[in-house]
Each structure stands twice: as structure tokens, then as C-alpha cells.
Design a protein. Structure first.
Length: 313
């Protein structure tokens, strides 16, 4: 068995504790070395790990670090990713990649220059039913694809993730947070977006970020996609559909197991911990040369789309 990948995790917030840390601890080819955190007491819940106040201190230590998982607010992604990549570490980053497209592209440039891997945790690319949808579209199961829609409606994020309401830390509201996953899912199915525009508004909440965002994307072949994401609906919605000339694929709810096809319903559940396949894929890319599920040069397509929407306000 190959030596395990030693991980450094930046941030011990909600997603890190619920998904990222359990995924690293579960993967047999991963080992959690330690954390970069402002609160070292949080690391005490994970015996045998180390805690550093800064990334620079962690990289300067004598602890073995092969890969860095960035789970900090978006404003820090670019500087932290570039520092880790230049230090020869592989980097897996939470979404979105960065505050804007230029920052995101600079991370990809740093990865190319360092020869290390840079991936992004758009883990829905590893949903079996989204991968099945891509297979069915390629096989012509719905004819020529014409239109896709991704809808995520919910209420405000919890106070623990209150930083998402600060544009200086998060970049935007639901556009950056939940819409980004649906934009990337459309990119996964249809490739690099050619055009994008959208609207943002505060229909209900008086926030410094939008509480609703609607995105329109154009792809090669005339495919249009609409993504609508909201923090102002008490009626939860998680819808995703692809419509073609000869039929449709319905993945609603996107986070559920079923995909409705012209031939019937297929049940393709994902992992209980949605971050585990992303960790496994990244480790396989390092150790086995496997293809990254979401390489940085594709992940930044979403940053390009969101930037077009931000400019349109």
C-alpha cells in the first residue's frame, strides 16, 4: 500500500467538522496532520494532530504535509492556495475558487508553474446520477440538449456561517454559496460557458450581499441554462432538469438518489458523506495519476460566470 497523503486543513468550521475531517479520517490513504486555525482549542477534538496559527507557520514546520485542504472564507482562498502550491503542496479548495475570475486564474497559473495539483470541491461532479446524466446526454437519450435549470431555494445560512453574509469575506451571497454548485454542474454537463448574465436582488433581507440571484448561461450548440438561488424562501427547493429535443432528464432533488429518464427512473445514491468521494478522488490523482473530478482550470469557469453576473448589477 502506498504511503498515505498527509493533509493540512485550513479552517475548522461547520463544513470542515461535518464533512471534510470525517472524509480525511475515513479514507484509508489519508492522514490528518493538523490545522491552521485561529482557535487552537478546536484542534483538541482530534488527538495526534497539530495546530498552527498561520499557514506560513505550518509550511515552515517539520511536519510532513503533502496536501492542503482550504476551508477558509473565500477572500483567503487565492493567497493561501498560491502559498501552498509554491511550497510544493497539492491543494484541494472549497468553492467558489476565489473572489473573482482574475484571482481564480492566478491560482491555476501557480499550480501549473509548481507542477502540483489544484482541485476544487465541487463534489456534485461525483454524484453517480449527475455522471449518468452526462452519459445519457452524450448517448442521445434526450436528443439535442436545449435547456437546463438548477433551482436552490432556502433560508439564510446559520449564524455559525454568518461570514457568508459579508461580501468582504464571501464575495457574494447565494450566488457564490449555493448557485456556484449548480453553475458548475451545468458546466460539467455542457462544457465551458460562452455567455453569461444575471440579476441579483434583496427581495426580503437587508443584507450587504444579495438574498436572491438568477443566472443565465449560454453554451456551445445553443444550450441555455438558468440557475436560481435564494436565501428568502421558507419552501425548500432543490431542482435540476435537462430538456432536449426528444425528452428530458429530471434529477430533482439534485441531492437525492433518483434520476428520471425517458426510459424510467434510476436510483443512484451518492455517498453519505458527500466530501468523501472528493477526498478519495484527489488522493487517487496524487498517488495513481487519476483524473481530477474538478480540476482548477475547469472550476474557474464558474468564477467567470459569477463575475459576469456581478458586473451586471
Amino acid at each position: 500500500m502506498c504511503m498515505p497523503i498527509h493533509w493540512l486543513l485550513i479552517g475548522i468550521g461547520d463544513i470542515a467538522r461535518k464533512r471534510v475531517i470525517p472524509a480525511i479520517l475515513t479514507d484509508p490513504r489519508s492522514e490528518l496532520t493538523g490545522f491552521v486555525t485561529r482557535d487552537p482549542h478546536k484542534a483538541e477534538a482530534y488527538p495526534g494532530t497539530h495546530a498552527w496559527p498561520t499557514l506560513e507557520a505550518a509550511l515552515a514546520s517539520d511536519q510532513k504535509i503533502d496536501a492542503v485542504y482550504i476551508a477558509s472564507p473565500v477572500v483567503f482562498h487565492a493567497s493561501q492556495a498560491i502559498a501552498a502550491l509554491r511550497a510544493g503542496k497539492h491543494v484541494l479548495c472549497e468553492k467558489p475558487v476565489a473572489m473573482n475570475y482574475a484571482e481564480a486564474a492566478s491560482i491555476v497559473e501557480a499550480a501549473n508553474a509548481s507542477g502540483t495539483l489544484f482541485g476544487v470541491s465541487y463534489y456534485r461532479r461525483l454524484y453517480p446520477k449527475l455522471r449518468r446524466a452526462k452519459e445519457l446526454i452524450a448517448a442521445g437519450a434526450i436528443g439535442q440538449p436545449l435547456f437546463a435549470e438548477g433551482i436552490y431555494h432556502g433560508w439564510l445560512e446559520s449564524e455559525e456561517r454568518g461570514w457568508l453574509r459579508d461580501p468582504a469575506l464571501a464575495g457574494g451571497g447565494p450566488l457564490y454559496d449555493v448557485a456556484s454548485h449548480r453553475i458548475d454542474a451545468a458546466n460539467f454537463l455542457f462544457g465551458k460557458p460562452e455567455r453569461a448574465t444575471g440579476l441579483r436582488s434583496n427581495a426580503l433581507h437587508d443584507l450587504k450581499v444579495e438574498d436572491s440571484a438568477t443566472v443565465l448561461i449560454g453554451y456551445a450548440g445553443g444550450v441555455h441554462a438558468v440557475v436560481d438561488a435564494r436565501w428568502n424562501s421558507r419552501v425548500a427547493r432543490d431542482e435540476f432538469r435537462v430538456i432536449g429535443t426528444e425528452g428530458a432528464l429530471d434529477l430533482t432533488p439534485l441531492n437525492g438518489p433518483d434520476i428520471h429518464t425517458p426510459q424510467g427512473v434510476e436510483s443512484l445514491p451518492t455517498a453519505a458523506n458527500t466530501h468523501l468521494p472528493a477526498i478519495e478522488n484527489f488522493v487517487a490523482a496524487i498517488l495513481d495519476g487519476a483524473a481530477l473530478a474538478c480540476p482548477g482550470d475547469e472550476a474557474i469557469w464558474t468564477d467567470w460566470v459569477t463575475e459576469q453576473v456581478m458586473r451586471g448589477r
